[in-house]
Write a protein that binds this ligand. Structure first.
Ligand code: MN
Length: 452
């Protein structure tokens, strides 16, 4: 793997050259999800350090109409981060005569031309789907341009944001970068409580929602959770504010851990404890990515960039707005039950324009946890060019189905595309094809579940 890192670093040298030389305006385009925001932040800080004249924007996707708009910018050079590899033909079509640097980890189209500089793990036979993220690649480039500048943690945040972990661990180049981050104190790795929301959720709420290990009368029960914590002598507030897990001192966290291990019905240690990656600012990496995704989905990617670069600490208003928006969609769905089609194994929510495509994944993740639902849930929302699909399955179906593969196979039959993992997947199909898709995939799920 060290050899692969060197090969990628070699490629980075070549991509760095035109950037170093560039005296004119540079326009940076990055993806608006957590990985893209991290990658964009790395490039932003790097270009600042180099004293370059540049602009940055974040986009949902690099579709043709968007690319056409971007091409109108009067820049000498374009840098695409965390996207672009799959749109090389279109980039060539719209920006043939200016310099283009693509810093990305997605599969590459074949197009090559004189003004194109590519930095992509697939060029050195590294799997960009799980061994390095867009921000990892951006970090490698940055190191070539300005040396070490303390941004290695952003490379890891991006990888976690893109769900590159395998059974909870980063692999390949991500693992090497994580080791670097750990050694330099940019990321703290320790065994700790797997309680979601270390810094962004009130402690009693985190305990209430802790669904990995069920505690009778506490899980899903707010006053039960409050009592549970009080009985451990852990105060819930401090200076009139709710405490979070990150506010607990070591003794308190240990007391809570022991109590959770003793009380939960499924007391396998792995449900309660795990490797926890935290940032120096107290955020757990997983929740930091949620925050960045929220910024992107709320169309405030620059707030995400400020978070990444430490130019902003407070996120309360973002978290609040995000939760409000999700609650609004959940209410709408509750009042429009007829948009849900129930089949034998799965439920299908055809939201059309009722739910913003950026929120459909989050919304179905929440609905999946509600007690009356089926254990597989699909959501469909109208998006840029077609219908966005998002699907989640309950943990109990692990190793029984592979949603990523099923969605890919079904969507491709309809000239769409898809992919993902065992229990979470997504895709895109042409407008109005929801029902045709449901017919195909429901049959596949039926076959799969009956096989097992
Ligand atoms: Mn990415």
């Amino acid at each position: 793997m060290i050899k692969k890192l060197k090969e990628l670093q070699e490629l980075a040298k070549q991509a760095a050259e035109p950037i170093k030389r560039e005296k004119g305006k540079i326009h940076v385009v990055s993806h608006h999800d957590a990985d893209g925001i991290c990658a964009g932040s790395i490039i932003y800080k790097t270009l600042k350090k180099l004293g370059k004249d540049f602009d940055i924007e974040f986009v949902k996707q690099l579709e043709e109409p968007i690319l056409k708009e971007i091409s109108k910018k009067g820049a000498n050079m374009f840098i695409f981060c965390d996207l672009g590899s799959g749109q090389l033909n279109n980039i060539k079509k719209y920006i043939p005569d200016r310099k283009v640097v693509v810093v990305d980890h997605h599969q590459l189209e074949e197009a090559r031309w004189e003004n194109l500089y590519l930095l992509n793990p697939y060029l050195v036979e590294v799997d960009g789907s799980e061994e390095i993220s867009g921000s990892g690649v951006a970090y490698i480039l940055s190191r070539e341009l300005v040396g070490e500048s303390g941004m290695v943690s952003l490379a890891i945040i991006g990888a976690v944001g893109d769900v590159q972990e395998k059974d909870g661990n980063l692999i390949g180049l991500n693992k090497i970068l994580l080791e670097e981050a750990r050694k330099s104190g940019k990321i703290n790795v320790k065994k700790g409580l797997k309680l979601y929301g270390r810094k962004t959720r009130a402690l009693h709420k985190a305990v209430e929602y802790h669904d990995n290990s069920h505690i009778h009368g506490v899980t899903g029960n707010e006053s039960g959770a409050v009592q549970f914590l009080s009985s451990l002598g852990i105060p819930l507030t401090e200076n009139g504010k709710w405490r979070t897990l990150s506010d607990l001192d070591e003794k308190e966290e240990r007391r809570l851990t022991t109590a959770l291990l003793l009380e939960c019905e499924n007391s396998a240690e792995t449900n309660v404890l795990g490797n926890i990656l935290t940032l120096p600012n107290g955020y757990e990496i997983g929740e930091f990515t949620t925050l960045l995704n929220a910024c992107g989905r709320l169309e405030k990617p620059m707030a995400g960039l400020e978070l990444c670069l430490g130019m902003r600490e407070s996120t309360e208003e973002i978290t609040r707005e995000y939760r409000r928006k999700i609650a609004f969609y959940l209410r709408k769905i509750k009042n429009n039950k007829k948009i849900i089609i129930e089949k034998r194994n799965a439920s299908y929510l055809i939201a059309k324009d009722m739910v913003d495509e950026a929120f459909i994944g989050t919304v179905i993740s929440i609905l999946l946890r509600s007690p009356e639902g089926k254990s597989i849930l699909f959501g469909f929302a109208n998006g840029g060019e077609g219908v966005k699909i998002s699907a989640r399955a309950d943990k109990k179906l692990r190793d029984k189905i592979n949603l990523g593969v099923l969605i890919k196979d079904s969507a491709e039959k309809l000239d769409g595309e898809g992919g993902g993992h065992m229990l979470a997947g997504g895709g895109k199909i042409p407008p109005g094809k929801e029902e045709a898709f449901i017919e195909i995939i429901d049959q596949l799920i039926d076959n799969n579940i009956n096989e097992h």
